[in-house]
Design a protein around this ligand. Structure first.
Ligand SMILES: Cc1ncc(COP(=O)(O)O)c(C=O)c1O
Length: 438
């Protein structure tokens, strides 16, 4: 491919980016195929992060491309407010074949952030529909990431995503995060920290369970640098939520669609949440779309009252958009045909080995992994937190490997089609860069 001329970079205000730094040293991607991007200067870049944890089946998959092309020619847009078109019905039906237990109903959104806000609103309206409208409080977790809507940043626990934006939603408490020093260099799920789930009892004692609507957690937290649940932790949260009539929402925006070697983390951990929020891998990242999966009894609580009345005053112009559904259905076919919902399970062990072989490299203070997720945490440069990992990220990119940096942690979440040669390249590049920076 011919190298591309750089466009004028001024007008686009880039999200979650150091804009001035980027525009001085731009990194533009112009094409993608399989495990690789092509950079604007014509280099092949191994995708170690599935775009942004979303391109689970790899890039440029023809069946998805063709499905979207066909769809836009046939039906470009149709509303789903008091109207319908066949695709979201078909897509929802297909999706719930893969959700755990009775998560049989699907509310479509356009992003993970919207899925989170939707789930929180459903939780409030559900309790109200059952005559427990005083259950309005939410419990999130420190270092949690639930997108950037006001609901999401309120239950989220990353200070920089919250501190600029005023008072947020009221009535929120946070569980402690589960990143403990005694768990450093754990392989897979950490041993210590189960008791942190019991902090829920403290919060319940403070407010009384009768005021609490839902707990929302990521089964594996991604954006704050890959934080794993201690063994038994999610099971314990489930027990406590059951005891107190509190809904449990799993935010599976990154863990959904095969990341851990099961369709959803809920199946991997064998814990049944009341709702799952999703996005990203739902359409293989090709067309923006999110989905909230809702258990039967929650959905049914709304289906009372006069039949001519709207049951839930919520929705988006693009809920169930034809192009997104077409992309999602084609992605689901690929996931099924290629066994991608379970492939991470067979790669988890070589992935873990390759990752933990980096343990003795300079600046490495922790390594974490589960399924096809990995993280290498670096010691911060004295007086210059986050700069070391960012430099690693830049150097890896120069050497043809895309990794993700969050704080002082490097995170890895490759497309689920990754082969062992790619795993070697990913971690050899990282090794070389870390040694070079010693
Ligand atoms: C767990 C989780 N929830 C929500 C979101 C927000 O998704 P989006 O960026 O599509 O709004 C993300 C994005 O990374 C996420 O990781």
């Amino acid at each position: 491919m011919n190298p591309h001329a750089l466009p004028d970079l001024d007008a686009f205000w880039m999200p979650f980016t150091a804009n001035r730094q980027f525009k001085a040293q731009p990194r533009l991607l112009v094409a993608a195929e399989g495990m690789h991007y092509t950079s604007h200067d014509g280099r092949q870049i191994l995708d170690g992060v599935a775009g942004l944890w979303c391109v689970n089946a790899g890039h440029g998959r023809r069946p998805i491309v063709e499905a979207v092309q066909r769809q836009i020619a046939e039906l470009d847009y149709a509303p789903t407010f008091n109207m319908g078109h066949p695709l979201p019905f078909e897509f929802a039906r297909r999706l719930v074949e893969h959700t755990p237990g009775d998560l049989n109903h699907v509310f479509f959104t356009n992003s993970g952030s919207e899925s989170v806000d939707t789930a929180l609103k459903i939780a409030l309206a559900y309790h109200r529909a059952r005559g427990e409208g005083q259950r309005t409080r939410f419990i999130g977790r420190e270092r949690g990431y639930h997108g950037v809507g006001f609901g999401g940043i309120s239950v989220g626990g990353i200070a920089s995503n919250r501190k600029y934006f005023g008072n947020l939603l009221s009535g929120i408490d946070h569980l402690p995060h589960t990143l403990l020093p005694e768990n450093r260099f754990s392989r897979g799920l950490p041993e210590h920290g189960l008791q942190l789930a019991d902090e829920l009892e403290r919060i319940v004692a403070l407010h009384d369970a009768s005021n609490i609507a839902a707990v929302i957690v990521e089964p594996v937290a991604g954006s704050a640098g890959v934080i794993l649940p201690p063994k038994g932790y999610l099971q314990r949260l489930r027990q406590l939520c059951d005891k107190h009539g509190i809904l449990l929402i799993f935010d599976e925006v990154i863990t959904g669609f095969g990341r851990l070697g099961a369709p959803f983390a809920a199946q991997y951990f064998d814990v049944q949440p009341d709702m799952i929020t999703s996005a990203k891998g739902l359409t293989n990242g090709c067309v923006p779309m999110g989905a909230v999966f809702v258990r039967e009894h929650i959905h049914d609580a709304f289906m009372h009252g006069p039949e001519g009345l709207i049951e839930l005053f919520h929705g988006y112009t693009y809920s169930g958009h034809p192009l997104a559904c077409a992309a999602g259905l084609a992605a689901l076919d690929i996931y099924q045909e290629e066994g991608l919902f379970t492939r991470a399970a067979s790669l988890a062990s070589p992935w873990e080995e390759a990752l933990h072989a980096l343990k003795s490299l300079p600046h490495v203070v922790d390594i974490r992994n589960l399924g096809l997720i990995g993280a290498v945490e670096l010691a911060p440069k004295p007086g210059a937190a986050v700069t070391r990992a960012f430099e690693v990220f830049q150097r890896c990119y120069e050497r043809g490997v895309l990794v993700r940096v969050t704080g002082d942690t490097l995170a890895f979440s490759p497309p689920l089609i990754i082969e062992s040669g790619h795993i070697d390249q990913l971690f050899t590049t990282l090794r070389d860069v870390l040694q070079e920076m010693a």
